[in-house]
Design a protein around this ligand. Sequence first.
Ligand code: AMP
Ligand code: ZN
Ligand code: FE
Ligand code: FE
Length: 271
Amino acid sequence: MERADLHMHTTASDGTYTPEDLVRFAKAKGLAAIAITDHDVTDGVEEGMRIGREIGLEVLAGVEINTDHGETEIHVLGYGMDLADPGLVKTMDWLREGRVERARAMVEKLNALGYPLSWERVLEIAGPGAIGRPHIAEALIEAGHVASRRQAFEKFLANDGPAYAPRARFNAVDAIRLIRGAGGVPVAAHPAKIKDDSLLPGLVDQGLGGLEAYHSDHTPEQAEHYVRMADTLGVLWTGGSDFHGSMESRPLGGVTVPYTQVEAIKARARA
Ligand code: AMP
Ligand code: ZN
Ligand code: FE
Ligand code: FE
């Protein structure tokens, strides 16, 4: 049966593959469809779609927006949006700007803590991508302050770490409305990480259209649980690897869903 991996990151955010290389890799893996779901940006999607058309791999427009719902962090995936939607473009720009301010605040904290980093170097590492903590972690390794990305998070960058700075706050319901407004289908990413299933029905009432039941960090039991919950709530279930570039953790194509789920998404997307 044809399979699709609907969650992955490129150099447009904190993945290590360019959209082109990622699409070629997915094709080589035998996938029938993918969605490019970078953090807070859709910059890699058009390039991915173009290469996909060239080599015969369906690429769905996607995004993963980091949002807050009260004290809970919820990642909202969007599928099938019109990338030119003015509201979407405006919000993506705003989120991207916010990420730059926030990364700069983290670099300043590191400098104050006695771990100097060059801001220019951090920007270079992020390249054209929406800047994030993994880029700062990379700079910390390069500067010799830590030995690994894991250590960079443990010592400095984790949410309760001494160099952490919060993202611009963006509400989950606003993200759901934004994606709907752009003709897309909003889906709760890796819902097991939300740790509170009781939030999900309310979000469905607000327009949430699916649950990411299958994810590299979910157990088979959790996947089944969220498929059942999606059925009960009358929304889609989706899935994907959350590939960032390492084939050791969350490998590309390591988590897939049948192509029927892509058809279901497309049937519900207006774009
Ligand atoms: P940001 O979007 O800047 O908040 O960075 C979040 C990204 O950092 C996630 O998508 C992961 O790729 C990575 N990340 C978050 N926590 C950790 C951790 N404890 N260890 C390694 N990478 C992490
Ligand atoms: Zn990431
Ligand atoms: Fe996520
Ligand atoms: Fe992700």
